[in-house]
Design a protein around this ligand. Structure first.
Ligand code: PAF
Length: 283
């Protein structure tokens, strides 16, 4: 595996890589969920590239940024073993060139200020800024993003469509622990008691999805799931049923829906998403 630290090293190394290349952007702290993204990338033709870069601008809480798990050597070893051809692990200078990114240029009304954008202002624009910058530098033909960060996936799809040439976005399903907890680098901050309870987030969303599929009123489903989480000891930010493509509030005619939730458990903020497609009329 080739390891590049600077934009110049990357440019030189890319000249020897195939034009078809699939990128897996990460912030390190790799776990089985990331490795599944790499497996998806390996199914595409050409080279598999990964980035390891902790983007400080997407952390609304500086403590969250400093606590973010960092172990580059372990990450590189895992990427090597997973069959990545080239990893770009730049510093801030290599990514931003000494200038702060213009986050307002990445606002997408209706998307960047809702859900995660409401509770973590600036987070999604900063994700869009760094993904766009990494796309500029790596020039991938495709990129893999996990469905776990579903709003990020929707955002990146829009960003990728608007590029010339467009980047194909490959969505990889959520990877879960045996009890259903969605894998996340943050899970390692849960103590054993809250780790056990954390799986209730997924169970609550699955139950809510069942009610949506049965045709229950979405407002009511959201409210009940929110209250259930509070009773279970979570501090939910939101539980929302949205249409799956653009994350607009679910309308009566929408069939493809997702339920998204963010909730804190013992100070650790967990995200999850489940599909909740309504049966088609007469189907
Ligand atoms: O999902 C992540 O790990 C990050 O948001 C990403 C896409 C690598 C951008 O920093």
């Amino acid at each position: 595996m080739i390891l590049c630290r600077t934009a110049a090293q990357l440019e030189a190394a890319l000249a020897r890589q195939p034009k078809e290349r699939t990128l897996v952007p990460t912030m390190g702290g790799l776990h089985a969920g990331h490795l599944s993204l790499i497996d998806y990338a390996r199914q595409s033709p050409g080279a598999v590239l990964a980035t390891v870069f902790v983007n400080r601008h997407q952390f609304d809480d500086p403590e969250d940024f400093s606590n973010y798990p960092r172990d580059e050597e372990k990450d590189f070893e895992q990427l090597r073993q997973a069959g990545v051809d080239l990893t770009y692990a730049p510093d801030e200078q290599a990514v931003w060139g000494g200038e702060a990114p213009r986050l307002d240029a990445f606002e997408m009304p209706g998307l960047t200020e809702v859900l995660e954008g409401q509770y973590r202002p600036g987070h999604l624009t900063a994700v869009a800024a760094v993904v766009s910058r990494l796309f500029d530098q790596v020039e991938p033909t495709a990129a893999v993003f996990g469905e776990k960060d579903y709003q990020q996936l929707v955002l990146v799809r829009r960003l990728a469509e608007a590029r010339q040439p467009p980047v194909q976005i490959i969505a990889a399903p959520v990877v879960r622990e045996p009890d259903g907890l969605a894998m996340s680098s943050r899970n390692r901050r849960l103590n054993s008691q809250s780790r056990e309870r954390a799986a209730e987030l997924h169970r609550t969303l699955e139950a809510a999805a069942g009610f949506v599929k049965e045709g229950l009123d979405v407002e009511q489903v959201q409210r009940q799931a929110f209250e259930a989480l509070v009773e279970l000891g979570f501090e939910p930010d939101y539980v929302e049923v949205r249409e799956a493509d653009f994350l607009r509030p679910a309308a009566a005619s929408d069939r493809e829906l997702v339920i998204l939730a963010a909730a804190r458990l013992a100070g650790v903020r967990l995200l999850d998403v489940v599909p909740a497609d309504r049966p088609s009329p007469g189907g």
